[in-house]
Design a binder for this molecule. Structure first.
Ligand code: PMT
Length: 405
């Protein structure tokens, strides 16, 4: 499975660096071509000579030690790799990647590469749980970096808990699974035109105030990222979000439900798949005050009028399109999901119970139940939003009779 795969192995400075030797050796035995970059701290734990002997390639640890005058090593390695695997990945390299710092050979190469990146973090249990590290990892995941979660157990520092580098055998299984899926993925939605809505609509009251909701855009953006990986031509219709849309995807920015409706409808007749992950306001203020509303009295009543239901309208006009709706619920998930699926004539309905921790608004993870006209298709466990997106889109490709089904 790894024959001929070019793996750039980054080794950073933690006690688990010794496991990088076994990892490198097993990757080579599986047929991968491995080149190694070590940070200076990593060389305190394990020698470059060991990694050179195991990888059968020169090892890089100094940005300015150019081994071939005809090339620039960090650009060459960045372009060469099919996958960049960092094991162990310390809190320091995770922080530098998040901030976009490039002050040594590894961080500089990481900035220059367009190859997929996989991190196997290893550190003290408290460092791993630190809010800064958590936030950095979450940011990297939202940029598409893959994480191999550390295991739990007795750590070298004496603490017991999460932070131990996954065993080389497990890391290799993840790498093999990645390449296996990657091969299948590329053609699954080849040439399909996909429109995805993301974020929360804004319904203005006056020039400085609006009604909105907690949608961050992460679920819609994960779907867009993965759909593109699967070969689709993706357009994002984006309302208010907390994070930036994935780079390189066509974005139409909107504010209100009405604007979202117009944008989606404009694309509808030439679209194969529409996914409505956006949280759309059901009502809007009847009047948008042209000037700032002034404070008066103890109470204030807003009159709201119903917005058009975009999904329901699309469902009523469906010809060949595959239509996927979402349902954000806090109770009676199945009942409401099936009602929405039927009323809005969806092919699939993705229901998330947004009252459950780790699911729904703002998180990097989700827990979803997928329904079709016959009922529950699958109930997925807690997964990253990218993994949820992959499951939804693989099922979609299957239903459309995709190339590899
Ligand atoms: O953006 P994140 O922070 O990652 O959060 C993700 C999410 C929770 C927003 C997402 O997973 C989700 O559930 N999106 C749908 C939210 C929603 O509006 O659900 P709903 O049950 O109110 O609406 C049902 C469906 O009808 C949705 O597909 C919605 O886009 C659509 N709708 C609703 C109202 C309306 N006027 N027009 C619509 O098209």
């Amino acid at each position: 499975m790894l024959t001929g795969k070019k793996i750039l192995l980054g080794v950073t400075g933690g006690i688990a660096a010794f496991k990088a030797a076994a990892l490198c050796s097993q990757l080579v035995k599986k047929g991968a071509e491995v080149q190694v970059i070590m940070t200076k701290s990593a060389t305190e734990f394990i020698t470059p000579l060991t990694m050179q002997a195991l990888s059968k390639n020169p090892v890089y640890h100094d940005t300015f030690d150019e081994k071939n005058p005809r090339t620039i090593a960090h650009i060459n390695l960045a372009d060469w790799a099919d996958l960049v695997l960092i094991a162990p990945a310390t809190a320091n390299i995770i922080g530098k990647m998040t901030a976009g710092l490039a002050d040594d050979m590894l961080s500089t190469t990481l900035l220059a590469t367009e190859a997929p990146i996989m991190l196997a973090p290893a550190m003290n249990v408290h460092m791993y749980a630190h809010p800064a590290v958590m936030r950095n990892m979450s940011e990297l995941v939202s940029r598409g970096v893959m994480m191999i979660e550390p295991g739990e157990g007795l750590l070298a520092c004496g603490y017991t808990g999460k932070g131990r580098l996954e065993e080389p055998e497990t890391i290799i299984q993840v790498v093999e699974r990645y390449f296996n899926n990657e091969q299948k993925r590329h053609q699954l939605l080849d040439g399909k035109k996909v429109v995805i809505t993301a974020g929360g609509t804004i319904e203005r009251l006056d020039p400085v105030r609006f009604i909105s909701n907690d949608s961050s855009g992460k679920m819609g953006f994960a779907l867009a990222r993965v759909a593109r990986q699967l070969g689709a031509e993706v357009t994002l219709v984006v309302a208010n979000t907390q994070v930036a849309p994935p780079a390189g995807i066509k974005v139409i920015s909107v504010e209100s439900a009405q604007q979202m409706y117009e944008a989606v409808l404009g694309l509808w007749s030439t679209t194969d798949i529409v996914i409505k992950a956006a949280a759309v306001a059901d009502y809007r203020p009847k009047v948008i005050n042209p000037t700032k509303i002034k404070k008066q009295g103890q109470t204030m009543t807003l009159e709201l009028v119903k917005n058009i239901d975009i999904l329901e309208t699309l469902g009523s006009q469906k010809t060949s399109q595959f239509l996927i709706g979402f349902a954000a619920e806090t109770n009676d998930l199945e009942h409401y999901a099936m009602d929405k699926l039927r009323r809005k004539n969806c092919d699939l309905l993705i229901a998330n119970d947004v009252s459950v921790s780790g699911a729904g608004f703002g998180t990097d993870t989700n827990i979803v139940h997928i329904y079709d006209a016959q009922g529950l298709v699958t109930a997925l466990p807690l997964l990253s939003k990218d993994e949820v997106a992959m499951q939804i889109l693989e099922l979609t490709a299957q239903r459309l009779g995709g190339a590899n089904q």
